[in-house]
Design a binder for this molecule. Structure first.
Ligand code: GNR
Ligand code: NI
Length: 172
């Protein structure tokens, strides 16, 4: 296992569309292992491969809290088959937008199809924080970030802040 570097905005890679994976082999398993370790190290609840610079439709998620038993979820080539009309609002953060948070409205429930670490087709119905996290991660696969749901002004302010942060020697 290894911790990989998380790409932050502004970076063109974060706007790329990730490519479907053809089967689950050692390479994918190793990468998802690294992604999980990288996510835990950064205290995140989800991570898409594109955030470590790999254009593959791979996601790791674990919304368990500190004391609780770890509960990692591995999603390969996920696709949403149903989203509820009912929505919910969560304050979202993103490891690729360090220090930035905003309330985002999304469908409260979603059902998805995906391939698991063993290459098996699975279905999952999610609600609450898990549903929000899944949709946030699946947006990454399409090159979408949560700031895209904010006004143009708010979005450009956040990007400006982050580019300043990158160029300043006193980095966070
Ligand atoms: O760590 C994360 N927290 C979070 C909180 C609310 C909604 C979504 C997320 S995902 C984020 C990690 C991340 O950037 N995943 O892409
Ligand atoms: Ni994110």
């Amino acid at each position: 296992m290894a911790i990989r570097t998380i790409i932050t905005e502004p970076n063109k890679l974060l706007r790329q569309i990730s490519k479907p994976v053809n089967g689950v082999g050692k390479e994918e398993q190793k990468l998802m292992d690294d992604m999980l370790e990288t996510m835990y190290d950064a205290n995140g609840i989800g991570l898409a491969a594109i955030q470590v610079g790999i254009l593959k439709r791979l996601i790791v998620i674990d919304i368990s809290k500190g004391e609780e038993k770890k509960n990692p979820i591995f999603l390969i080539n996920p696709s949403i088959v149903h989203q509820s009309k009912k929505t919910s609002v969560y304050e979202e953060g993103c490891l690729s937008l360090p220090g930035q948070f905003a309330e985002i409205e999304r469908p409260a429930e979603c059902t998805l199809k995906y391939v698991d670490l063993n290459g098996k087709q699975k279905e999952l119905k999610a609600e609450g924080l898990l549903a929000t996290c899944i949709q946030h991660e699946m947006d990454h696969l399409e090159g979408i970030l949560f700031i895209d749901y904010l006004s143009k002004l708010k979005r450009s302010m956040i990007i400006k802040k982050l580019s300043k942060l990158k160029s300043s020697p006193a980095k966070l």
